[in-house]
Design a protein around this ligand. Sequence first.
Ligand code: IVH
Length: 671
Amino acid sequence: MAKPVKKEIEELRERIRYHEHRYYVLSDPEISDPEFDELMRKLQELEKRNPELVTPDSPTQRVGGAATDEFPKVRHRLPMLSLDNTFSMEDLKEFDRRVRELSGRPRVEYVGELKLDGLSMALIYEKGKLVRGVTRGDGTTGEDVTANVKTIRTVPLSVSPNRLEKLGRPESFEVRGEVIMPQKAFLQLNREREAAGQPKFANPRNSAAGTMRLLDPKTVAERKLDMFHYYLLVDEERRPQAHWETLDLLAGMGFKVNPHRRLCPTLDDLIGFINEWETRRSDLDYEIDGIVIKVNDTRLWATLGSTAKSPRWAIAFKYPARQATTVVLNIRAQVGRTGILTPVADLDPVDVGGVTVSHATLHNMDEIERLNVRIGDSVLIQRAGEVIPQVVKVVKHAPEARSFEMPGVCPACGGSVLRAEGEVAWRCVNAACPAQLKEALLHFAGRRAMNIDGMGEALADQLVDQGLVKDAADLYSLSEEQLTALERMGAKSAANIMEEIQGSKAADLPRVLFALGIPFVGERTAQLLAEHFHSLDRLAGAGQEELENVFEIGTKTAQGIVKFFSLERNRKVVEKLRAAGLDFGRASAKPAVAQTLSGKLFVLTGTLAGYSRDDVRKMIEDAGGRVTGSVSKKTDYVVVGEEPGSKLEKARALGVKAIDEGELLKMMGKT
Ligand code: IVH
């Protein structure tokens, strides 16, 4: 007999929760994205047919909450304190001295954690289920943002009673942590906002905080927030005796805990940790603004107590902001891929935390007004993560300062400039504007799109200025002679670029979709669309409603896609790309050949014995690999034939593995 539906649904949910945890929390998935989507689809289907069985903690309910028009206020069970800040090692020594004095211990052990730059959040679980997510607010009362918090994939919607029992934990508890927006999501969001003519967010923290206050959870879900958990609120007698254990316990309960933490038996260890992360912070995909130091022995927490604002058992060591003062030499409008004119400040070059900065973005006219910045002013600038340096404020107005005005015509093409109703941004409306085309080409050829190595600004400028390329598809009809005739282009570089361009045709559907530059379609959205539609034609033919029904695709993205494919000029480009032989996917799924070389990058050198170069290229591509023209650090293998050229030497110098034809065939399972 078939399983009762209720049981089937519950089992499916358990499986989905397990895989969500592996994917989002542990970053170690066991199944492919399509397989995961299939489980989700099945569950949605079953729940649709049995609506009485839908529960608030079902994985389908992450975006199930309805939009609200305001957030109810909730009082915290215990106040959400903030931390005292220190900026120097002296202050830190003083903190340690006070802790030892108050606790009467000669030595105290500390835990060092990253100070995540986001917004703090309290998660309340009852009977193992997430019932409320509350912002910090004023520390005593916060806002109930449950529907929004539920969209964060690393926040468990429930913790199984079995697991809690095994860990000896009560079924009701509160977990606190930090909601952050990863750098990548932040940059993508700002690109999309720019394309839509909306004001950009100044930094990931503002962006995360702004997102949490959105009224529609569906938009929140698109913003890819993340959460790290660092605090478990329990009665004193049930609290683990060491904070370090609490962190492990949280991880054991299924919460995402930041892996970069250290148990520091001495103050010197702590100083080592602080110094280490001051350099390493730029490697992280999210921003930190310091290190949080906590007394490890939680039994001392009560002894040490708190002031009205912050506990005495913890302190934040803040890294100095990467800021500097310089002079604005000029302000000019720069035209982006979507035609938006962004005011950019040219600066007197200045060192900011080890990087020379000579430009800063001013975002838009509203920002210029807010800052009241003029040409000639002295300004404070700051650099955060990968973000383009920003102007924080004017330090001194120059008496002879000159105001910037948005040019009445596009600085690149002389075409008209318009500011649409309700938009802050000015746009060049000329679709053939060379500045837009250059940016579009760079995006198309970018590493995460078609990955055409060597297609940089200098080349894009020449190709567009000489009229050789009028859209991205024209790249595929360039001849080697045309390239060789360009300035600063030797025969060899021309040949390499030709090979790169041809090689890029093997890029898979997600890359092609991303490369097209469809409004709001970033890398991850392109991936989702490819997995759902399997072919560009099916995507192009999809209507607004069908698109919105795709998991994680919101109204704006759906509109962007429909509009993109409705424009004659875009359809022409798509047809040219099809004629060039790009991978538009198949309506039927899986490739016929085993993908043994999936994602691997090859370079061929010398004469191959058994097959022609083109045959070898095709075989590699069929097995999921890619062939490019020149050896770089990204190359996985150089396939060496008779009389290899300089590529082999370069491979050796870079430590890239060299293999012969026989080994290649073996890898593809052909011998
Ligand atoms: S513990 C009572 N740990 O920093 C102790 N806070 O300036 C509560 N923060 O409000 C905080 N990373 O939003 C703690 N690893 C971390 C943190 C962290 C970021 C934030 C938190 C807090 C603020 C204090």
